[in-house]
Design a protein around this ligand. Structure first.
Ligand code: CP
Ligand code: NVA
Length: 300
């Protein structure tokens, strides 16, 4: 039987994704009411982080502990991965010991190679190309605040990056329309964009993209690994800050999301991220609940 990996949102059927969101909401309530649920007792998740993380690390680690299992934090600095041991060999060895592996790395292709040689489920904890776990939390958050996202309009403002790519996948899997506004040289990967089909539209003017949107989302202008482009990007993205004026063009009940960490005064005005449309703290918390639903599906 094929091993169920979660490398992108396209690895699950739309019905499975919807069930995950529903389960995440149940697990959140169970946690809130103190109900002990340990479907992963004695199971171990290895977490390989080649980039920094606060939310992803803490949510996976906490989720495994709450489920009765354990998580191992592995960094290239102190494992043989950082000293050139082949990825394929690391995948073979780790997957003979642990029950699942979460990886945060640069090239998406590295994650795919690891998965090909793993005997246990592999989860994408962010690559340069996709961030599917974040989308599970975002979809849960939308559902909790506004109900089903099917048929809604989402505006992505900023870089055509890993988060944007996962929003394109989500548009297809959850059935919403996605307006993408990026500066000219920062459009999403064309091959990814076409998977979104007619549901995805590109705008050069972020205000037009935001018009009537039920959800407005942005992310940093320079992602991890692009730090040296920060100054150049600040110039090119200057018109792509999500402001109160931009939010006023969206639906009056529009939500604002950001995967965090955020730079107030760059991609978003403080008055927006700290204002009435923002649900970023629920969104961050839901990383825990949504990933517990994912771990239960893949590892239990
Ligand atoms: N949103 C997100 O993935 O945050 P971290 O980089 O802190 O894990
Ligand atoms: N696009 C950002 C997301 C961080 C969670 C990055 O890759 O750095």
């Amino acid at each position: 039987m094929a091993i169920p990996h979660f490398l992108t949102l396209m690895d699950l059927e739309p019905s499975q994704l919807r069930a995950l969101v529903a389960r995440a909401i149940e697990l959140k309530e169970m946690q809130r009411t103190g109900k002990i649920h340990e479907p992963l007792k004695n199971r171990v998740l290895a977490m390989v982080f080649e980039k920094s993380s606060t939310r992803t690390r803490v949510s996976f680690e906490t989720g495994m502990i709450q489920f009765g299992g354990q998580a191992l934090f592995l960094s290239p600095r102190d494992t043989q991965l950082g000293r050139g041991e082949p990825l394929e060999d690391s995948a073979r060895v780790l997957s003979r010991m642990v029950d699942g592996v979460m990886i945060r790395t640069y090239e998406h292709e590295k994650l795919e190679r690891f998965a090909q040689h793993s005997k246990v489920p592999v989860i994408n904890g962010l690559t340069d190309k996709f961030h599917p776990c974040q989308l599970l939390a975002d979809m849960q958050t939308y559902y909790e605040h506004r109900g089903d996202i099917a048929g809604a309009t989402v505006a992505w403002i900023g870089d055509g990056n890993n988060m944007c790519h996962s929003y394109i996948n989500a548009a297809r899997q959850f059935g919403f329309t996605l307006h993408i506004a990026t500066p000219p040289h920062y459009q999403p990967d064309e091959a990814v964009r076409t998977t979104g089909g007619a549901a995805v539209r590109h705008f050069s003017d972020p205000r037009e993209a935001a018009r009537g949107a039920h959800l407005v989302v942005t992310d940093v202008w320079a992602s991890m690994g692009q730090e040296e482009e920060q100054a150049q990007r600040e110039k090119e993205f200057a018109d792509f800050c999500v402001t109160r004026d931009m939010m006023a063009l969206a639906d009056k009940d529009a939500l604002f999301m950001h995967c965090l960490p955020a730079h107030r005064g760059e991609e978003v005005e403080a008055a927006v991220i700290d204002g009435p449309h923002s649900v970023v703290w629920d969104e961050a918390e839901n990383r825990l609940h949504a990933q517990k639903a994912l771990l239960e599906l893949l590892l239990a």
